[in-house]
Design a protein around this ligand. Structure first.
Ligand code: NDP
Length: 327
């Protein structure tokens, strides 16, 4: 048996319950990993609230790092017992002492990275990479707007866009976070809690608008984000931190200048082993070259404090990667 955080019904953080459950068995193409750290991602809150429905009961959680305990049958890409790995695809869920993980989306942690930063490189690092070099191709001179630019994903989208030569505008809610977004590389930061971000974006771009908006805020910003785009610009709608946006009327896209909208999810950008390896190797290289600066949030929570970890992220307190550590 092992300890796991289980979800039997959707609701507030209080529905996350510690239980003792059977250790899962790795099936074909899977590994069993003893977690040292577990990522707490915004998507976990969507699963908990039912915004993204999942069959219940379930163990939630998408990424983590730890030690391979057992190797399943089939293609497991040479992983062996005792390997130190990080992963971002787990059929059994990561909020547990042990998790089954898909070997195809698992990587050996290089010596220069600790488990905490390796885990931070998984969903947040890989998503930032996939969204600037996949969902949309940011290029030298691209004008980019990143919402929640001081947040975990936001900071990395800013860094990656800058690395590719873009001019980056960020939005955030407080003066303190504005400094963090500027330190991440934003050329301009708009306090969308105080100013109309559409007008500000137009002002900063001298009426032109931006080529791409990364909108992970959703309900509160989505329509405004369309108005920030230049003709034939692209909205990358990638999250719902403020709630699910209203359905989008397609006619709006032609009316506002032949815009395009994409709603990407990381899983579709790491489908095959070569695709995953290419992205993760580049992310690790960017980290080593100090071009992607991951931030691990303190405190690191214990597994039994999963409720607190969810309250922390939902209270907009994170400017990096929220983690739980197994003692
Ligand atoms: P963040 O650290 O960015 O936290 C979310 C941020 O959203 C907050 O800090 C806050 O920043 C902003 N926000 C705006 N309105 C609200 C609100 N009403 N309630 C709470 N927060 C609000 O989290 P993550 O980096 O983990 O994730 C960021 C987003 O990216 C999430 O929406 C997540 O779902 C999405 N994502 C999508 C992926 C995909 O594959 N599509 C993969 C990974 C993440 P501020 O105070 O500056 O406004």
């Amino acid at each position: 048996m092992m300890r796991a955080i289980r979800l039997h019904q959707v609701g507030g953080p209080e529905v996350l319950r510690m239980e003792h459950v059977a250790v899962p068995k790795p099936s074909v193409g899977q590994l069993l990993v003893r977690n040292t750290v577990i990522g707490v991602n915004y998507i976990d809150t969507y699963h908990r609230t039912g915004a993204y429905p999942m069959p219940l009961p379930a163990t939630i959680g998408r990424d983590g790092a730890g030690i391979v305990e057992e190797v399943g049958m089939g293609e497991t890409f040479g992983f062996k017992k005792g390997d130190r790995v990080a992963y971002c695809s787990t059929p059994s869920g990561s909020y547990a002492e042990l998790s089954t993980v898909n070997a195809a989306q698992t990587v050996l942690v290089p010596p220069h990275l600790d488990d905490e930063h390796a885990c931070a490189a998984m969903i947040q690092g890989l998503t930032a990479h996939a969204f600037v070099k996949g969902a949309y191709h940011v290029k030298e001179g691209s004008k980019v707007l990143v919402h929640a630019a001081a947040g975990g994903l936001g900071r990395l989208l800013v860094q990656c866009s800058k690395k590719l030569g873009a001019y980056v505008i960020g939005t955030t809610s407080t003066e303190e976070k504005k400094e963090i977004a500027l330190a991440a590389g934003c050329d301009e930061v708009i306090l969308y809690s105080e100013k109309n971000f559409v007008e500000e974006t137009k002002r900063i771009t001298m009426g032109r608008g931006v080529d791409v908006v990364y909108d992970s805020v959703g309900k509160d910003t989505l329509l405004g984000s369309l108005d920030c785009l230049t003709r034939r610009g692209c909205l990358v709608a990638c999250g719902n931190a403020s709630g699910k946006p209203a359905p989008l009327e397609l006619g709006l896209l032609s009316a506002k200048g032949s815009l395009s909208v994409t709603r990407p999810t990381l899983n579709d950008f790491i489908v095959t082993r070569p695709e995953f390896e290419e992205r993760v190797n580049e992310v690790f290289r960017w980290i080593q070259e100090d071009k992607m600066k991951l931030k691990v949030m303190q405190p690191i929570f214990k597994l039994e404090d999963a409720q607190e970890a969810h309250r922390f992220i939902e209270a907009r307190k994170s400017v990096g990667k929220v983690l739980m550590r197994l003692e």
